[in-house]
Ligand binder design. Structure first.
Ligand SMILES: Nc1ncnc2c1ncn2[C@@H]1O[C@H](COP(=O)(O)OP(=O)(O)O)[C@@H](O)[C@H]1O
Ligand SMILES: [Mg+2]
Length: 212
């Protein structure tokens, strides 16, 4: 399908994903690579409407499976309307979260069977996966402290308990460990410039000769 490559950032609340998405895209553009940044849930008109159903309101407003289905409804729109057209044009796409977040939040976090989520992925998107995924890893307390200081009102997940967030963190590390070809774990406790350099080095390693 593609000329471009698809890169995702994953990790818990406040891990530094949005910060590093911006920095990576700026650096790629400066290196002459057309790049589209996007986010989940969201990244297409209907998907952004679904986002508002997920990121605000009562913690228990959804059954875990309903939440997974909403995420995949949004993701189907995002892939069809935004990601695939960009990749076909030859642009690279950098997304702030993607399918690993559903596996981490609804699977590891809320106890849905990971195999059901993998089936849902397959039903919705076949074998479509990122070419490269960065997992930003950070102690939960530090991430929540950073995220709450942001105060943007999209705090439904931030309000879930510390145990939930620790299951997420473990889940992301397990996902990365199971797919080392695709996933790179980055130490989110480092300063922003150091993290950016690690991310760039991993990009060069993954796509040799492309960003020298
Ligand atoms: N490496 C870092 N060290 C300290 N603070 C950071 C770092 N990266 C991001 N931040 C700050 O922490 C907050 C959350 O970062 P953000 O990129 O929004 O995280 P996420 O998108 O993963 O939730 C922001 O205020 C950001 O400026
Ligand atoms: Mg963010």
């Amino acid at each position: 399908m593609t000329g471009g490559k698809f890169i995702t950032f994953e990790g818990g609340e406040g891990a530094g994903k949005s910060t590093q998405v911006r920095r990576l895209a700026t650096a790629m553009a400066a290196a002459g690579q057309p790049v589209l940044t996007t986010r989940e849930p969201g990244g297409a008109a209907g998907a952004e409407q679904i986002r508002s159903l997920l990121v605000s309101g009562a913690i228990d407003r959804w059954q875990p499976m309903s939440e997974a289905l909403l995420n995949y409804a949004a993701r189907a729109e995002h892939v069809a309307q935004t990601i695939e057209p960009a990749l076909r044009r030859g642009d690279w796409v950098v997304s702030d979260r993607f399918a690993d977040s559903t596996l981490a939040y609804q699977g590891y976090g809320h106890g849905l069977d990971p195999e059901k989520l993998k089936s849902l992925h397959h039903i919705t998107l076949g074998d479509f996966q990122p070419d490269l995924t960065y997992v930003l890893d950070l102690p939960v307390e530090e991430g929540l402290r950073r995220a709450m200081a942001r105060g943007d009102g999209e705090d439904r997940y931030e309000r879930m308990g510390i145990d939930f967030h620790n299951r997420l963190r473990d889940g992301f590390l397990e996902i990365a460990g199971a797919d080392p070809e695709r996933c790179v774990v980055i130490d989110g406790t480092a300063d922003m410039d150091t993290i950016q350099q690690s991310i760039w080095a991993a990009l060069q390693h993954k796509f040799p000769g492309r960003f020298q």
